[in-house]
Design a protein around this ligand. Structure first.
Ligand SMILES: Cc1cc2nc3c(=O)[nH]c(=O)nc-3n(C[C@H](O)[C@H](O)[C@H](O)COP(=O)(O)OP(=O)(O)OC[C@H]3O[C@@H](n4cnc5c(N)ncnc54)[C@H](O)[C@@H]3O)c2cc1C
Ligand code: SF4
Length: 482
């Protein structure tokens, strides 16, 4: 940025990762920080181009392009390059409530749309974001901000994932009194019990919850709203209710042998593993140790299962995908600034390659049936491999397995415990842009409303829902005064 050709003269560098052979022996984060000198250099690759696609999050044909939080990326790149870290933190905190989570686990659609990526390689935006927020915590710049005034309005937020936490944060800063209700024993939603510790260390989730508590938000765990407490009961004590209950209903694979022991949904597996990690007294009922593991589903949840199974000491691990391997480079039908649909070696695959000598991904595979033994335990799977657009016959295969994890996505909201709230395609239906559900005073945001998505979208949803709730409360006040 100080000269005009740094995006070509300086090569993009990715932040270092701990060697796979070392990191598979523990559950600590695998990403490592850049040195300050490297960071300044990498930040200087930003061209501060007139139309920063990186910060203009939107959906294009291959998914998210740019940052859905409209993070002020070129601004903080420049500030980091100039060594103005505090100012960079202030710019980052303006748009992103929880950069410590996105900087660790966001797939960085900002980088896919970075203009420097057209002639060269994109700026390493996510690593710069991580350096800013990690430094801000280290320097003590992230302090509890107590709201200066109270409005007297009370809001119940159901669910403590990134959508619920963001809405709670913004509503609290607006002066409303916020209580977060969570079904689980710990707060954070999928940040706590979905994404494994090696991607987001749970101490960072707990650190943020502690800050939010110090800012005045009340947190209540182990309360299953809809079962322990109805929405109507909540409405008697709160002015509005916001449902941020996620999209936890897993997609099912109703094929022969599904009833067999040893077949689980990925989320049950990942949750058990993290609960055991955080509290070794909690037994790890679903454990890959010494087992031949098959993960069905080629997405990121499946990748997290692969990495978890390796850490538990599995005998082998294979991941089935219905689609083919992605190309190594952008294809003509996938131009910039679309998110590049290209092959990458995610952390889990690099680990499998190191430990077992091969990438665990198998492409174009469809599972036909599960095979069991006399004790009704799974011992294998029958599959067909197919080659789309060719006349080749399908190939039938048999795979040994004694632990099968189904990771083929999520359908929508889990239980039908809110009968008065309308749904649409298994999501909570809301009036366009107002986040209002079919029940007056009840709002919804995050995965529950938009379907299973990303942390960055959940934060955006939480922010927008907070604005709409504030508007709703203000309009109610006006009506009462007239
Ligand atoms: C395994 C896995 C890995 C992922 N990895 C990534 C990643 O690396 N990067 C990324 O950007 N995204 C990732 N995602 C997606 C991301 O985690 C979600 O999009 C995001 O967490 C959604 O936030 P949310 O607040 O809407 O819901 P959630 O995070 O799902 O939180 C919902 C919360 O509501 C609580 N709840 C539900 N019902 C009730 C009730 N009736 N009463 C009280 N509480 C209730 C739940 O216990 C939960 O805590 C991943 C998802 C999964 C499943
Ligand atoms: S939140 Fe995600 S998309 Fe936005 S700047 Fe950070 S890494 Fe990029």
């Amino acid at each position: 940025m100080s000269q005009s050709t740094e995006f070509i003269d300086i090569k993009r560098r990715n932040a270092k990762e701990r060697p796979p052979v070392e990191r598979v022996n523990d559950w600590s984060e695998y990403q490592q920080p850049f040195t300050e000198k490297k960071l300044k250099q990498q930040a200087s690759r930003c061209m501060d181009c007139g139309t920063p696609f990186c910060q203009m999050g939107t959906i294009l044909s291959t998914g998210t392009s740019g940052c859905p939080l409209y993070n002020l990326i070129p601004e903080w790149n420049m500030l980091v390059h100039q060594g103005k870290w505090y100012e960079a933190f202030q710019r980052l905190a303006k748009t992103n409530n929880f950069p410590e989570f996105t900087a660790r686990a966001c797939p960085a659609p900002c980088e896919g749309s970075c203009t420097a990526g057209v002639p060269s390689e994109p700026v390493t935006i996510k690593s710069i974001e991580k350096a800013i927020i990690d430094r801000a915590f280290l320097e003590g710049w992230v302090k509890p901000r107590k709201p200066l005034r109270k409005t007297g309005h009370k809001i119940a937020v159901i669910g403590s994932g990134p959508a619920g936490l963001t809405a709670a944060d913004d509503l609290n800063q607006l002066g409303h009194s916020v209580t977060v209700f969570e079904r689980e024993d710990r707060f954070g939603g999928l940040l706590m019990y979905g994404i494994p510790n090696m991607k987001i260390d749970k101490k960072y989730v707990e650190r943020r919850i502690e800050l939010l508590k110090q800012e005045g938000i009340e947190f209540r765990a182990n309360i299953h709203v809809g079962i322990d407490l109805s929405i109507e009961e909540l409405q008697q004590n709160f002015d509005t209710v916001l449902l941020c209950i996620g999209a936890e209903q897993p997609r099912e694979l109703p094929i022969e042998g599904r009833h067999l022991k040893g077949i689980y949904h990925a989320m049950d597996y990942l949750m058990t593993s993290t609960k055991h990690y955080l509290d070794p007294d909690v037994s790890c009922d679903i454990n890959a140790e010494g087992k031949k593991v098959i993960v069905i589903g080629g997405g990121d949840t499946g990748a997290d299962c692969v990495a978890t199974a390796i850490r538990q000491g599995c005998k082998s691990v294979v991941q089935f995908g219905k689609h083919g391997q992605l190309p190594l480079e952008r294809q003509p039908g996938n131009p910039w600034p679309e998110n590049p649909a290209i092959f990458s070696l995610d952390y889990a695959y690099e680990e499998a390659l190191t430990i077992f000598g091969e990438d665990p991904r198998q492409y174009f595979i469809q599972t036909q049936s599960f095979v069991g033994n006399d004790q009704d335990e799974v011992i294998g799977l029958r599959t067909v491999s197919f080659q789309p657009n060719t006349a080749l016959d399908q190939t039938e295969n048999y795979w040994d397995a004694d632990l099968v994890l189904i990771a083929i996505g999520f359908e929508g909201v889990k239980e039908d415990i809110f009968p008065t709230i309308q749904r649409s395609q298994k999501r909570i239906a809301t009036v366009t842009n107002s986040f209002q559900t079919s029940q007056d005073g009840v709002f919804a945001a995050g995965d529950a409303r938009r379907g299973q998505s990303l942390i960055v979208w959940a934060i955006q949803e939480g922010k927008k829902a907070a604005i709409e709730i504030d508007r709703y409360l203000a309009s109610k006040e006006i009506k009462q005064t007239v």
